[in-house]
Design a protein around this ligand. Structure first.
Ligand code: GDP
Ligand code: ZN
Length: 349
């Protein structure tokens, strides 16, 4: 198998391969301007070409997991283009109302890790599921630290009752036998990403898969403006069994973005009830004859599920309307800019 195939190169990207003296590479990590890439011939460190910098919107810049075309000069290179993505995992950019931030690209499965000690939270879990599914990525839930609670199975049951089509793995990162079991879940040449609040055991899980502690190769600790130190480098690592995993350290928020097209909030239990509503376009908020509201009233639909649905719907709506405002403003600025330069030309200064 070629190096690129072992890093997940598939027929999907083949059509886009260019051979004008450019190499194909996958982005393993990014630190500032430096992109660490793997090519058929080995590792390359590359920066973005000026043209790419000028052309792209921030979210279109190469991300960890992307396939890129690179012009090589020995161990260094210049990234000329990003190949079309199979999917991209995005979230609402922290601290913004309407900007999307792409975390990584070309992902097969996203693991949502929660710790059963303090971190277990069904509302947050549904936010992750919503966002991951609207990014067209298969979610898998990992309930870690099962050794710390007397009745771990009840937690798995609670997740299962939400009705999502998604496996739920109960495990303890400290238990070797259980680690072998979930390692068996990972397929060679597939790309996985580990998501979840800090402290839930993501690094412990990853280290046990690696069989050693992940060296933070070149990963720098940067002081954020709160004065705390966090390692912010995301990186794609190749595991001994041939699968790849992307580690996302220091994630504090995972806000939803607007869904593409008409994909609204997807919740299996709400979707099952929707056909019974009087109106086919029922928003399940105030309409008469709403089967969802009725089910909440007679307690056949858990209130938590309904509240979570409403919350996600509002967040999506908020993102969407602010995004529309932002685009309108940008257009307006561009128009003014053009008028100013025309005025300058006309009055020759
Ligand atoms: P991360 O921030 O998500 O990467 O979390 P870490 O992997 O750094 O784990 C945070 C703490 O939880 C560490 O002290 C781990 O030893 C501990 N830990 C991780 N997994 C488990 C587990 O399954 N059981 C128990 N009891 N502790 C765990
Ligand atoms: Zn309804």
């Amino acid at each position: 198998m070629s190096t690129l195939q072992s890093y997940g190169w598939t027929a999907h990207f083949m059509n886009h391969r260019s051979n004008e003296g450019l190499d194909t590479a996958r982005v393993l990590s990014i630190q500032g301007f430096k992109h660490h890439l793997i090519t058929e011939e080995g590792y390359v460190e590359a920066e973005l070409s000026g043209a790419l910098l000028n052309r792209c919107e921030l979210e279109d810049y190469p991300k960890v997991g992307d396939w890129v075309l690179v012009k090589r000069y020995d161990e260094e290179g210049i990234i000329i283009d990003t190949l079309p993505r199979i999917n991209e995992l995005s979230r609402k950019a922290p601290g913004s109302v309407s900007s999307r931030q792409v975390l990584a690209a070309n992902i097969d499965v996203a693991f949502i890790v929660q710790g059963l000690d303090r971190d277990f939270n069904l509302m947050r879990l549904q936010r992750y599921l919503q966002q991951i599914m609207q990014c067209h990525i298969q979610p898998v839930v990992i309930l870690n630290k099962a050794d710390l609670v007397p009745d771990p199975e009840t937690y798995r049951q609670q997740v299962a009752e939400l009705g999502y089509d998604c496996p739920v793995i109960l495990t303890s990162a400290l238990d070797e036998a259980q680690q072998k079991e979930w390692a068996g879940y990972l397929l060679p040449q597939h790309t996985y990403i580990l998501l979840g609040s800090s402290g839930v055991g993501k690094s412990t899980l990853l280290n046990s898969l690696l069989g050693h502690k992940l060296q933070e190769e070149g990963a720098t600790s940067v002081a954020n403006n709160k004065g705390r130190h966090t390692t912010t480098a995301r990186q794609l690592v190749l595991l001994p069994n041939g699968s790849m995993i992307i580690d996302v350290p220091g994630m504090r928020e995972f806000g939803v973005t607007a869904a593409e097209g008409n994909d609204a909030v997807v919740h299996p239990q709400i979707e099952a009830l929707a056909p019974l509503c009087r109106f086919s376009n029922c928003s399940h908020q105030h309409e008469p004859g709403c089967a969802v509201i009725k089910a909440v009233r007679n307690e056949t639909l858990p209130e938590l599920v309904y509240r979570s649905y409403l919350k996600l719907l509002r967040e999506q709506y908020h993102f969407q309307t602010s995004e529309a405002d932002r685009r309108r403003n940008e257009k307006q600025f561009a128009k003014i800019g053009k008028q100013v330069s025309k005025h300058r030309k006309d009055s020759k200064y």
